[in-house]
Ligand binder design. Structure first.
Ligand code: ADP
Ligand code: ASP
Ligand code: MG
Length: 427
């Protein structure tokens, strides 16, 4: 008997019919003799609907008090899902019980709308599992020290599932979604994208951090920290396929040492439309200036991504960096209010019409010339590169958002990631 965690995303939970399919699948795993924990997301579109309602009443950007209420509202989507799934499982004859995050409890810090999980109590869950029940726990939410409900950031149910799997020392964590695995790039943008059978944690971490939304980045961070291999697979296969078949499908994300791992030069192309670029122009080029600007932004709990500093001219320099679109207005305001007067910056300019495209692969470590091949492919399409950021296993560029899809397709082709043409059927 193994302890298995299943996570089902919004589309997988999108209607009562879909929830019945999920229940049948989970009941099948339970009948196969496994202890089951299920972590569902809100039904598709529900979190957007809830946040849009909130926006109608509080359109201005957020204070800690408004953020607290946003979490109170957004967390209800998952609460509906766990209750419905529990009813569906009981109708299948599988004893089940649902818990909201605070009932487990899943403890987080108090950073509303992007809280981090600190600890998960396993006692209550363990007791119900030992009583033979399927335990269903809300994704995306937790509770802070003061008993306030928190949420983990969009796509956060992935993180809930992996963190729960790690805390419960589960044998497997299966992430069921609306695609049948992790592809070389988003198959909605490049239909020729190829599913990868195995992917290293490190590559998945880069793919996720560069914007591939198939897994939330913090989910991958947890998986790495607790050595919890995860499998991404489809919830749209017939529910009654054998458990063993499911266990070998989709994409396994695991250690680099795994013998199944191919060391591809570039294994995938990730992209992110959700960033904005900010430049602080004409600041004095002196020690501490980067800290002054970026420290102020970090203190406001805003994450900064690609950063460049220009060569200094006449003792002045320029800083450019990217932040998430949702933090853009707040960052601009912060810079105008604090950094302009403190540094005497000449100007602060922003651009929200940018996108970031990244190539990712562990093979890049040992091969020179990968970045230049990327730049050539973009140049051939007439795409201008505004910023470049690199790590050992990825190169990212910031470009005008209108060229995003073109860039992704061009790079997918240049690095020969397109799936081979289907062999013609023999007569
Ligand atoms: P869920 O609701 O199950 O969490 P998401 O919509 O968050 O599902 O993530 C699945 C989606 O991620 C897919 O439908 C696909 O469009 C998108 N996606 C982006 N990059 C990739 C990739 N490299 N491989 C597979 N899917 C990807
Ligand atoms: N329901 C949340 C969202 O839409 C969390 C998730 O789906 O993972 O972002
Ligand atoms: Mg998701």
């Amino acid at each position: 008997m193994a302890l298995i965690v299943h996570k089902y995303g919004g589309t997988s939970m999108g209607s009562t019919e879909r929830i019945q399919q999920v229940a049948k699948r989970v009941a099948k795993w339970a009948r196969a003799g496994h202890q089951m924990i299920v972590v569902p997301s809100a039904m598709s579109g529900e979190t957007n609907r809830l946040l849009a309602l909130a926006k109608e009443l509080a359109p201005a950007h957020s204070t800690p008090n408004t953020l607290r209420e946003l979490d109170m509202i957004a967390a209800t989507g998952e609460q509906v899902s766990v209750g419905l799934l529990s009813l569906a499982l009981q109708a299948e004859g599988a004893p089940a019980v649902s818990f909201a995050g605070w009932q487990v409890p899943v403890r987080t810090d108090c950073a509303y709308t992007k809280a981090r999980i600190g600890a998960i109590d396993d006692q209550r869950v363990r007791k119900e599992l030992d009583a033979g029940k399927v335990v269903i726990i809300t994704g995306f939410q937790g509770v802070d020290d003061q008993g306030n409900i928190t949420t983990l950031g969009r796509g956060g149910s992935d993180t809930s599932a992996v963190a729960i799997a790690a805390a419960m020392k589960a044998d497997e964590c299966l992430i069921y979604t609306d695609v049948d695995g992790v592809y070389t790039t988003d198959p909605r943008i490049v239909p020729e994208a190829r599913r990868m059978g195995v992917l290293s944690f490190e590559e998945m971490l880069e793919m996720a951090s560069m914007g591939s939304k198939v897994l939330q980045i913090r989910a991958v961070e947890f998986a790495v920290k607790y050595s919890m291999p995860i499998r991404v697979l489809s919830s749209f296969t017939p529910w009654d396929i054998p458990v063993e078949e499911e266990e070998n499908s989709g994409t396994l994300i695991t250690f680099e040492e795994d013998e199944k791992m191919e060391k591809a030069l570039v294994s995938g192309i990730a992209f992110n439309r959700d960033e904005a670029k900010i430049s602080v122009l004409g600041v004095p080029d002196r020690p501490g200036i980067a800290y002054q600007i970026l420290g102020t932004v970090a203190d406001a709990n805003i994450e900064v991504d690609a950063i460049i500093q220009n060569i200094s001219k006449d003792g002045k320099t320029d800083f450019t960096f990217t932040v998430n679109q949702s933090d853009y207005a707040r960052t601009m305001e912060l810079l105008q209010e604090k950094i302009m007067p403190a540094t005497g910056a000449a100007e602060i300019i922003g651009d929200t019409k940018i996108s970031k495209v990244s190539i990712v692969g562990i093979g890049m470590r040992s091969h020179a010339g990968v970045a230049s091949k990327m730049f050539r492919a973009l140049a051939e399409e007439g795409i201008n590169i505004q910023m470049i950021a690199t790590s050992e296993i990825k190169t990212s560029v910031v470009i005008d958002e209108k060229y995003l899809e073109l860039a992704v397709r061009a790079l997918h082709k240049a690095f020969e990631l397109d799936a081979p043409d289907e062999a013609p059927a023999s007569a």
